[in-house]
Design a protein around this ligand. Structure first.
Ligand code: FAD
Ligand code: MLT
Ligand code: ZN
Length: 477
């Protein structure tokens, strides 16, 4: 059972965090109670803005003692409603936006140590300033934070080469639900001293602890990029191209992204300056990028394209000839989330499948969805190189109500097909509030029990981000 903060607790929090650290005026609180999608809107008794780890610990400890639930928040760009409080008005949001210090950049150990509120783009820039690379790359990188990307185990466009956020974290500092601090901020590559505790908090979406700082890996810089947009006949071709791109691209293959015609059309309609670089329409497009240190990237890309054309896997190709052209090609891919919002309501399905199953999935589910809602628009795109599709839907033109009414059946059809083909219903966005109940239906009882056991061990009173990630137990709670 959680409770609303009393005026005494709010006074105590003001004493701990200062007046700037506690917001209660509705106008001040408003930006923190709805998310980027606009789908999730809650209310909060207060927004806490601690300035350092000691303040996070003190605030969480005070809330825990009073039985008040805390919702951690970073850049609020998550796509599963995890960072938004519920509608009770009893919860407090704890946002890390005053914790933006870069604690250390160590080019010898190849690590960067940052506070949780540091924006992802800043980490990339800090690494670049010492000639290194921080490779996590997302459309939201100008706003999302280290704490948020750790807590969602974010993916993005370079997972194919570098893995997810989990693969880039060496150490964490975490405030536990009772207010104690776990200092796991170690830069060690090897540390076999029992359970690897940091892994528990990575991808936990703020349900097990509040990440306050992280030690992240830096990698060799890859200033030379070769990028091309390919017109493809089918999803089959996109899948068949992957081994070919690997063979020719070697370790320099960094991105292999997919875009349907429908998705491209939305971008060219809504994104200022965006244009279709091909003369005619094509059913699918692939964005490939090789990155390295020499002009071998251009040569390798050319060889790969020649081989692909020979095998009829590519119908046409546009190779970026300058950084501006590269940016224009990437804008076509990364602009989709934003423009789909401009088009009205959308239904997001962030699914992943064994790569070979992607064509069968698309062939099977598309007609099922059209039968359920004639006129539904399949805005399909994503990270095909790692098997992750954003199988997002827009309603029939001008008919958001129809999309909303059909949403449960549409989502069910998508998830059932994903499960039947051995996939997962959340590839990189997490479960949050959006998918916590659906996930339970596609996980084994043992898996759900283990998740509850971990939650009970760390947060027995359910004070951190209640209502997120964990499916309700039979009988509630
Ligand atoms: P928030 O949205 O604030 O929070 C996300 C979750 O983490 C919530 O459950 C919250 O409670 C928890 N949390 C936040 N900070 C902390 C903390 N310090 N300690 C504990 N818990 C915390 N995601 C991808 O993976 N790949 C993509 O390619 C991608 N592209 C995107 C493109 C766009 C245009 C947008 C809007 C989003 C995209 N996302 C993508 C989703 C989103 O950006 C990521 O999930 C990101 O990691 C969220 O970071 P954030 O700081 O905004 O976290
Ligand atoms: C992306 O890769 O662009 C986002 O993760 C997808 C989305 O907004 O659904
Ligand atoms: Zn994505």
């Amino acid at each position: 059972m959680t409770t609303a903060p009393s005026s005494d607790l709010l006074d105590r929090l003001r004493g701990l965090l200062g007046l700037r650290g506690v917001l209660t005026e509705p106008g001040d609180v408003a930006p923190y109670v709805s998310d980027w999608t606009g789908v999730f809107v809650g209310t909060a008794a207060a927004v806490l803005r601690p300035a350092d780890t000691a303040q996070v610990a003190a605030a969480v400890g005070a809330c825990a003692a009073a039985g008040v639930a805390v919702v951690p928040q970073g850049g609020n760009t998550g796509l599963a409603g995890g960072s938004v409080p519920d509608g009770s008005g009893d919860q407090v949001v704890l946002v890390l936006d005053r914790m933006r210090r870069v604690r250390e950049v160590d080019p010898v150990a190849d690590t960067i140590t940052v506070e949780a509120g540091v924006v992802l783009h800043t980490v990339q820039q800090e690494a670049a300033a010492v000639g290194r690379l921080f490779p996590l790359s997302l459309g939201s990188e100008g706003s999302c934070t280290v704490g948020g990307t750790v807590s969602t185990n974010a993916g993005g466009t370079a997972v194919l080469r570098y893995g997810m956020m989990r693969d880039l974290v060496l150490g964490l500092e975490v405030v536990l639900p009772d207010g104690r601090v776990w200092d796991g901020l170690r830069p060690l590559r090897k540390d076999n001293t029992g359970y690897d505790l940091k892994q528990l908090f990575i991808g936990a979406e703020g349900t097990l602890g509040i990440v306050t700082a992280a030690v992240l890996r830096m990698l060799p810089d890859t200033p030379r990029r070769a990028t091309a947009l390919l017109a493809l006949p089918s999803v089959d071709a996109a899948v068949a191209l992957l081994p070919l791109l690997r063979e020719h691209g070697g370790g320099e293959l960094t991105a292999w992204e997919l875009l349907s015609r429908q998705a491209l059309e939305l971008v060219t309609t809504h994104l200022p300056g965006a244009r279709d670089p091909f003369e005619g329409p094509h059913p699918w497009y692939g964005l490939v990028e090789l990155a390295g240190t020499s002009n071998s990237v251009e040569q390798r890309l050319e060889e790969a394209l020649a081989a692909a054309v020979e095998l009829d896997l590519v119908v046409d190709a546009v190779v970026a000839g300058s950084p501006a052209q590269r940016a224009a090609l990437w804008a076509l891919r990364e602009g989709v989330s934003e423009v789909q919002k401009a088009e009205g309501a959308s239904l997001k399905h962030d699914v992943t499948l064994p790569i070979a199953a992607l064509p069968g999935f698309v062939d099977r589910v598309g007609p099922e969805l059209v039968a359920l809602l004639p006129g539904v628009r399949l805005v399909t795109y994503g990270h095909v190189g790692d098997g992750n599709l954003h199988y997002n839907l827009s309603g029939p033109v001008g008919d958001d109500l129809a999309l909303r009414a059909a949403a449960p059946a549409l989502t069910r059809a998508v998830y059932d097909a994903v499960a039947a083909l051995g996939g997962s219903i959340s590839a990189e966005h997490g479960l949050g509030a959006l998918k916590r109940d659906a996930a339970a239906g596609y996980k084994s009882e043992v898996e759900v029990d283990l998740m509850h056991a971990l939650k009970d061990a760390l947060d027995p009173r359910g004070l951190l981000n209640p209502g997120k990630v964990l499916p309700e137990r039979p009988g509630g709670g």
